[in-house]
Design a protein around this ligand. Structure first.
Ligand code: GLN
Length: 170
């Protein structure tokens, strides 16, 4: 989706892959598997450095889990995995996102944010539970914005990257 919007993208599997990146997507998938990969490649510190330099991060679903207190510890959040119930593995819902409006969201064994500190701004909720939030340069959503044809969230992320690059250059 980012490529369709004109961005040059690459997969990050090792710390060297982070070099020169302006932004990072922590994707959906399986947070246990991602934790093992991060451990194997000793990626935790390089990822923390990346965020400390103010580079924008978009975390989706398992990516939201990876950024929380119990994983990379980059956001003051505690994610609850598979929060919408085991039998309800996936569902779709319209959520209201600031600056974007109504967004049709696809949830797949999605987490929600069970706890968060004051630095975290909640952007959207489903059934009273946060499913989108921001803290500094990090934007997390518990759904999969790449699974619909709607690219507005990715466009907003690229816009954030452009602003962050302009601020860095200034
Ligand atoms: N349930 C997965 C986990 O706990 C996340 C699912 C997803 O990313 N779609 O890691």
């Amino acid at each position: 989706m980012l490529r369709e919007l004109g961005a040059e993208v690459r997969e990050v599997r090792t710390a060297a892959d982070l070099d020169g990146l302006d932004g990072l997507v922590m994707p959906g998938g399986e947070s246990t598997t991602m934790s093992l990969g991060i451990e194997r490649e000793q990626l935790a510190e390089p990822l923390r450095d990346f965020v400390a330099r103010g580079r924008p991060v978009l975390g989706t679903c398992a990516g939201l889990i990876m950024l929380d207190r119990e994983h990379l510890g980059l956001m003051d959040t505690l994610a609850q995995r598979n929060a919408f119930g085991r039998q309800l593995h996936s569902f779709e819902a319209d959520v209201e996102l600031p600056n974007i409006g109504t967004f049709h969201a696809v949830f797949i064994r999605a987490p929600w944010i069970a706890e968060h500190g004051p630095a975290v701004e909640v952007l959207a909720e489903v059934d009273g539970h946060p499913v989108a939030a921001r803290q500094g340069p990090m934007l997390v959503v518990s759904f999969h914005p790449e699974l619909t044809g709607d690219n507005r969230l990715h466009e907003a992320f690229l816009e954030q990257i452009r602003r962050s690059r302009a601020a860095g250059a200034a």
